[in-house]
Design a binder for this molecule. Structure first.
Ligand code: 5AD
Ligand code: SF4
Length: 487
């Protein structure tokens, strides 16, 4: 699966002098360790009689998906072959801890990995990502999952090559978790999953401390990448065939505020818009409290920014929003959404909703349903509140009984489905451009494309269309997607 998408790895590892002292500059230091790891992987290849295989499994959000591309970039660079099968020579789980069910899935699957490792003792198992930033998780792995070889967290992922070397040089568990960092290490290898689209980190961490959310504790304080580094990365990606980018951050609307030379997110978008060859710009996630009029105007006049805004609501009750520390009211949110719809009528608005936050009553749920009906989301991710140890909400004494949560959740879900169906279907019969992403998994006479507004459309076509932007007639709306044909 190595198809030359690893565009930033122009360092030839064979030329790195391992007799030289370890470089101090971080990027050079990591290439030194990649060169070292490559020697160990080559030895392993000799022993096994085949190229050692690796498998990277991602849980959670698009940030994690992007981090996994960095892990794959390094693993391929040092000589592993990437496979989909977890019965590989090196397996890494990039974990998520935003809700407890993500944690439970990791524990369940670790048991299966142990079965593989018993038959293949040289196998290495690594864990990284948000879940590893929680001390209770580390304790549990140390006592109950002793077959794990490497654990690291979110702040030192750039050190992966160095830690990989440590697993070859040490018996037992290698563990390196940092509490926080202000470092951003540029120019390490990245292996993209798709040749034609890519995520790009513009900032890391979150300073908002919504009372239910563990992200600020596991991803640390907000820090923005320098605009020139972002632009340079996008220019390289475009030169390499990328037509659509997704700018990633927990709260993109506060991008750039803490840089030495402050710049707004809207200004960054205008700079990115100028990049020739780039056709589509997406971003995620927006916090309603920080979404500026400047951004609405830039989106409105842009030719490249997609007609999609993900604007997490979380709750429609001002009382609950206050307790969640979201820092906007129901009215402010609805007013913002209406303003966006007036300025950009063809925009799709999607959202995240939590049901069952401590103290939430049936009336609060009705307020949420009222917002869904008024804003008319094109799609909404609805979550049952999950208690995260260490967050302020976990200590609130009015946790909602499960049965009551279920009733509210079903009601919210039904409203979302009804309004989304109506909203998505308003384009039936129109012709729109779609970026073809893949041959349809269930029917290989069809391909799947993504509209600017993020809705999917399936239509007759073949693999030669993948990565191209084509005009498609939206013939039939099926709830959240369309069936169509190319025109
Ligand atoms: N319980 C349920 N959902 C949560 N989210 C974040 N924390 C929790 C939690 N403790 C949801 C929010 C956020 C999305 C990424 O995950 O809706 O926007
Ligand atoms: Fe969590 Fe709120 Fe930050 Fe989003 S903005 S990551 S919900 S704390």
């Amino acid at each position: 699966m190595n198809n030359n998408r690893n565009i930033q790895n122009d360092v030839n590892l064979a030329e790195v002098d391992l007799n030289h002292s370890i470089p101090e500059e971080e990027t050079k230091r990591q290439y030194y360790f990649m060169a070292k790891a490559a020697r160990y992987v080559a030895e392993l290849e000799q022993k096994l009689g085949h190229k050692p295989t690796c498998c990277v499994t991602t849980f959670g959000c698009q940030m994690n998906a992007r981090d996994s591309e960095k892990l794959v970039g390094i693993l391929e660079k040092v000589g592993y072959e990437l496979i989909e099968d977890e019965n590989a020579d090196f397996v890494i789980y990039n974990t998520c801890t935003v809700r407890d069910n993500a944690n439970q899935r990791v524990y369940g699957r670790l048991g299966v990995l142990n079965g593989f490792k018993r038959k293949k003792p040289h196998m290495k198992i690594a864990l990284c990502g948000c879940m590893m930033q929680e001390p209770t998780v580390i304790e549990k792995i140390k006592t109950s999952y002793r077959f794990v070889d490497l654990i690291f967290g979110t702040h030192n992922i750039f050190k992966f090559a160095e830690l990989l070397v440590a697993t070859f040089e040490n018996e037992g568990l290698v563990i390196d978790i940092w509490k926080d960092t202000d470092q951003i290490v540029e120019d390490l290898p990245i292996e993209r999953k798709y040749p034609f689209k890519s995520g790009i980190n513009i900032m890391f961490g979150c300073n908002n401390f919504c009372s239910y959310c563990i992200v600020p504790y596991v991803r640390g304080r907000e820090r923005s990448r320098a605009p020139k580094d972002i632009i340079r990365e996008i220019e390289r990606l475009v030169a390499d065939g990328v037509v659509e980018i997704m700018l990633l951050g927990q709260n993109v609307n506060s991008y750039g505020k803490n840089l030495k030379e402050p710049i707004s997110f809207a200004q960054l978008l205008q700079e990115i818009e100028k990049i020739e060859g780039l056709q589509r710009i997406r971003f995620m996630t927006s916090h309603p409290k920080d979404l500026s009029e400047e951004l609405i105007q830039v989106m409105k006049h842009s030719k490249k920014i997609c007609r999609h805004l993900h604007l997490p609501l979380q709750s429609g009750s001002t009382r609950i929003l206050t307790s969640m520390n979201r820092r906007y009211t129901k009215e402010q949110y609805v007013e913002l959404a209406e303003r966006i719809r007036t300025e950009i009528p063809d925009i799709a608005i999607t959202t995240d909703i939590i049901v069952g936050f401590p103290g939430e009553t049936a009336e609060d749920v009705e307020e949420t349903i009222d917002v869904i009906r008024r804003v008319k989301y094109d799609n909404a991710f609805t979550f049952i509140y999950s208690k995260r140890t260490g967050t302020p909400a976990a200590a609130m004494d009015n946790q909602v009984p499960e049965a009551q949560v279920k009733v509210g959740f079903d009601k919210v879900l039904k409203t979302v489905q009804d309004t989304a169906r109506e909203q998505v279907s308003r384009y039936q019969g129109q012709i729109m451009d779609a970026l073809v992403e893949e041959v349809n998994e269930n029917d290989n006479s069809l391909v799947t494309g993504r509209l600017s507004n993020n809705t999917l459309v399936h239509f007759p076509g073949d693999a030669s269309l993948v990565g191209k932007i084509v005009n498609v007639s939206l013939d039939e709306c099926h709830g959240f997607y369309y069936m169509g044909h190319m025109v």
